[in-house]
Each structure stands twice: as C-alpha cells, then as structure tokens.
Design a protein around this ligand. Structure first.
Ligand SMILES: Nc1ncnc2c1ncn2[C@@H]1O[C@H](COP(=O)(O)OP(=O)(O)OP(=O)(O)O)[C@@H](O)[C@H]1O
Length: 264
C-alpha cells in the first residue's frame, strides 16, 4: 500500500517530543521540521540526545510524549504494512557503520533487499554492484568483508546499504567521525552529489564544523532538552546563546568559517 505523500509539507515533523530514561529527561517539548530536499545538520553537545532524536524518528526509540510524522504520516499507530512501506522510504547510516562483520560488502547491501523484496540473486548482485559504484567504492569491494576495509570505505559501504532500497530520506549519524580531513571532505562531496542525483532529503548528525559549513542548508541546535533554534549558519552566527556562540565562533568554528569564506 503506497503511503499518501504530502509533497508540500515537511518531510519530517516532530512536535512536542519527550524522551526520558528513568529520571533523566533527554527531550522535553521538542519540535523540528525538516524540509523536502534539504540537508539539515543536527548539532548539540555530547549527550544532548541527537541520536535519541534520530532513533525516535525512525521508530527505534519509544518516546513518552509527542508526535513524529514522516512524509505527512504519523509514524505511531501504523499497521504492519504501512510501517514496512514507510521504512522502505528511508535509509540509515548508523554511527559506526554497523555493518555485519560476517557478511561481505555486497551481502550487507543485500540485507535490506532480502527483507523487503523477493528478487533473484543475480539481480540483487547487480543492484549491489550499482550501489557500490554509486558510493565511489571500487568493484572489488563487493566480495570483501568489513574487516578488510579502511574506515572511509566502511562508511561508504554503510552508505551503500542505506541506499539499497532507493530511499527518499537519508539519516546519517556522524558520518565523517574518525575520517581524516581529506576522506571527510570527499564524503561530504559524495553526500552533496547523492542528494542532487537522487533527490534526497538528508538528516545529518555531526560534530564536524566543515561538514556543517560545506553541505548543510540549515542547522538545528539541540540544547536545553529541545531544538533551541534552526537556521542557516549565518542565522546561527547571529543567535544569542552561549553554546551556539562558543560552537560557531570558537577557534574551530572560526577556522571553518574562514575556510568556507575562502572557498575551501
Ligand atoms: N537506551 C538508553 N538507556 C539509557 N540512557 C540512554 C539510552 N540511550 C541514550 N541514553 C542517554 O541519553 C542521552 C543522549 O544520548 P545520545 O546518544 O542521543 O546523545 P548524543 O547527543 O547523540 O551524544 P554524542 O554527541 O556524544 O553522540 C545520554 O545521556 C545517554 O546516556
């Protein structure tokens, strides 16, 4: 059953979200809208709940209050078929790539295909090879196991798996963490290219200021248990809050700003 698609509304709408673990309240009354086709960066100090927010949106975290809509549909209370149909429309790259270590790269990419479709093995291999090429991995990466790949290649393999079902929405949790600056910049460019080629909306958790400056259309700041503000970097630079000012105007923030201004 195809989900009704509200093309005018936001791709993701989170309203009044609350998450807590025991006595620890992570989110309280959190609102966020993600627009169609944008790359939105999610930033915030460690432990502010960026990953918990992502997990709430994709259905892996049971929140205690609030509502999440994806493509105009409430994600809670969906029937089994509708939930499957929704899950097919987004891909996720988890923080550590989360590849199955006993499977090859191609087999990893085929996992979601096997879950959702009945496709012949030969066709699945072809699709996996196409996804491998799409993320800039060499063809011989397919039969390799994750342990044989560099950190950057693992991220690309995880991305290929996230793209396995041709999603329209992509979630990336700290994709450039642990990459060297050249590898991180290349990954940023890959995300930009894929957004353009595949008409994607991207929800991107990152601490990487270069990534924020280079590829994000808007940035949402998590603080005080909610989304404190959302805006372009220029708008955030003018936002009067100690964490935001320290983050974007501290030494690293200034370096990233200077580098972007210089076209680097
Ligand atoms: N399953 C869980 N049980 C208990 N506490 C949890 C659970 N998952 C997350 N937390 C807590 O929720 C808070 C937010 O965690 P989360 O991983 O979302 O932070 P984050 O903003 O992504 O941090 P980082 O930038 O360090 O990755 C943390 O204090 C964490 O310990």
């Amino acid at each position: 059953m195809a989900l009704e698609d509200d093309r005018r509304g936001p791709v993701i709408r989170v309203t009044g979200l609350r998450n807590s673990f025991g006595d620890q309240v992570i989110h309280e009354n959190l609102d966020l809208e993600v627009r169609r086709g944008e790359i939105i960066g999610i930033v915030g100090g460690s432990g502010t709940g960026k990953t918990v927010l992502m997990r709430s949106i994709i259905g892996l975290q049971r929140y205690t209050a609030g509502e999440v809509e994806i493509f105009g549909r409430r994600v809670s209370g969906l029937g089994e078929l509708e939930e499957l149909e929704l899950r097919r429309q987004f891909g996720v790259l988890f923080q550590n790539g989360a590849l199955f270590s006993t499977l090859t790269v191609a087999e990893n990419i085929e996992v979601p295909m096997r879950e959702f479709y009945h496709i012949e093995d030969a066709l699945m291999d072809e699709i996996a090879a196409y996804k491998i090429a799409m993320v800039g991995l060499p063809p011989d990466a397919g039969p390799k196991h994750p342990s044989e790949l560099s950190g950057g290649m693992k991220k690309r393999a995880g991305l290929a798996r996230a793209l396995a079902l041709d999603p329209r929405l992509l979630f990336l949790d700290e994709p450039t963490a642990g990459l060297d600056p050249i590898g991180a910049a290349a990954f940023d460019q890959l995300i930009l290219q894929l957004r353009q080629a595949l008409d994607l909306t991207v929800f991107l958790i990152t601490h990487d200021l270069d990534t924020l400056h280079t590829i994000c259309d808007r940035v949402a700041v998590l603080a005080d248990k909610r989304v404190l503000t959302v805006g372009t970097i220029d708008e955030l630079l003018a936002f009067d809050h100690p964490w935001v000012q320290e983050y974007f105007r501290g030494p690293r923030g200034r370096a990233a700003l200077a580098s972007t201004a210089a076209g680097g």
